[in-house]
Design a protein around this ligand. Structure first.
Ligand SMILES: NC(=O)c1ccc[n+]([C@@H]2O[C@H](COP(=O)([O-])OP(=O)(O)OC[C@H]3O[C@@H](n4cnc5c(N)ncnc54)[C@H](O)[C@@H]3O)[C@@H](O)[C@H]2O)c1
Length: 419
């Protein structure tokens, strides 16, 4: 099929490459000229494993091209996927301006019937607004649909090629048929529903995952209070097949471009409907408090105060295998520590800092603070690290290291909910 993908960020770029991989003719569009000029040369402006190879494969196969020209992208497209950003506004509600602007641009260039699909994460009220904008700017017939995206940064290509489910929110049988055809190569269960339900499925999924994380973080605080082990509690809890193990790792809490903003957007959307989503506010609150809780642990390790201490942050990305720092826990933590007078050294495997490796970043440090559990941190030589640090203290914000092993090396170890 002929597919236009609007917005070539994490979702749009991966979707473009994957639609090309499964046999479609794809045109990716962005308003960011420098991004498009890099993509045309086969360079991926983000870090996402496997993406550059797939991109180059389909630039070569001719199934994927890029443009900044709406007329070129829209004129032959049968399916138009809106994948633009939906960042939060200061009040937590989502900023619709990119989606509405894309809708207006589509309408201005529509020459034949197309199915316009909102893939960006948006509240259900958006569909009608988008419809109004398009109808006000064209007389060409179209259908609206919604196919929320569930890929995870860091494994986005694999997730998009092997999704756990495909949600088709449609208003006509023609849109359903075309969207089924677009996804026919993917072997995942397909759920056909309305756009509103599809959009709520997306928000509910992220809110549920955020809830699991905040729940286990609250349990970890109880573990700290009585000397219990959150790892054992989680293992035991997760052996219940009704609960499972996933998303129950106590730590610094969730960040990233989705969980925080989608949680806030759902709270704001509920409010607009007259419902106080107090439950989700608490999930968000626990997540915010977790940083302060961790800082209180850091403070407790320095009886002479933390002002002037050098702390080395390992991991800046909001999670491993990405370079995305949106709402990263590292940023919030670092800002708070700096306000307390801490001197920050930082290292991340893909985000450039003044240090070229973790060992350099740890020289003369008063503490190591693990924020993002990149696998390479598991292979660190702690004997070497201990020799170069000023004080051998480790704050493990992801319960990632083996405390027994570190204590044997005479490190002081602080995890979350574990001794
Ligand atoms: N990043 C994820 O892991 C993820 C996962 C699932 C869903 N989502 C959702 O997908 C959407 C996109 O997220 P993202 O992380 O890819 O965002 P992003 O910020 O990485 O990319 C958005 C892109 O849209 C472009 N853009 C803005 N306005 C435009 C317009 N009018 N026309 C064309 N392009 C325009 C921007 O230049 C940018 O390149 C969001 O709603 C997000 O919540 C993201």
């Amino acid at each position: 099929m002929k597919i236009a993908v609007l917005g070539t960020g994490y979702v749009g770029l991966v979707s473009s490459a994957v639609f090309a991989e499964i046999g479609h003719q794809v045109i990716g569009l962005d308003i960011d000229k420098s991004k498009i000029s890099q993509l045309k040369k086969g360079r991926v402006p983000i870090y996402e494993p496997g993406l550059e190879t797939l991109l180059q494969k389909h630039l070569n196969s001719g199934r994927l091209i890029f443009t900044t020209d709406y007329a070129q992208a829209i004129k032959d497209a049968e399916l138009i996927f809106i994948c633009v950003g939906t960042p939060p506004k200061p009040d937590g509600s989502y900023d619709s301006k990119y989606v509405y602007s894309a809708a207006k641009s589509i309408a201005g260039h529509l020459t034949q019937y197309a199915v316009i699909v909102i893939k960006s994460t948006v509240p259900p009220s958006t569909t009608n607004e988008v419809r109004k904008i398009i109808q006000a700017n064209t007389s060409v017939a179209f259908d609206l649909a919604s196919t929320p995206e569930f890929l995870r940064e860091g494994s986005a290509v694999n997730d998009a090629l092997h999704p756990a489910r495909i949600i088709l929110g449609v208003e006509s049988s023609k849109a359903e048929t075309w969207l089924r055809k677009a996804h026919h190569q993917l072997s995942a269960p397909i759920l056909v529903t309305t756009p509103a339900s599809a959009q709520l499925i997306k928000y509910a999924s992220n809110a549920m995952l955020a809830t699991k994380i905040s729940f286990i973080n609250a349990m970890a605080i109880l573990c700290d209070k009585i000397g219990a082990d959150i790892k054992a509690v989680t293992r035991g809890l997760g052996l219940d097949p009704r609960i499972g193990q996933s998303f129950l790792n106590a730590g610094l809490g969730y960040g990233g471009s989705c969980f925080p903003k989608d949680t806030w957007a759902l709270i704001a959307y509920a409010k607009s409907l007259g419902y106080d989503f107090n439950f989700l506010k608490q999930v968000d609150q626990v997540n915010n408090d977790q940083i302060d809780y961790f800082i209180s642990k850091i403070k407790s390790a320095y009886p002479d105060g933390i002002k002037g201490k050098v702390l080395t942050i390992l991991g800046l990305a909001f999670k491993p295998n990405t370079d995305d720092q949106r709402e990263a826990r590292s940023t919030i933590l670092i800002n708070k520590l700096k306000k307390l007078g801490v001197i920050i050294h930082a290292y991340d495997p893909v985000i450039k800092t003044e240090f070229s490796d973790p060992y350099m970043a740890l020289i003369n440090a008063d503490g190591l603070v693990l924020v993002t559990e990149w696998q390479e941190f598991n292979d660190l030589n702690f004997t070497r690290i201990k020799r170069s640090m000023k004080q051998p203290i480790i704050f493990d914000g992801r319960n990632f290291f083996n405390p027994g092993k570190l204590r044997k090396l005479k490190f002081q170890y602080f995890g979350i909910g574990r001794q």
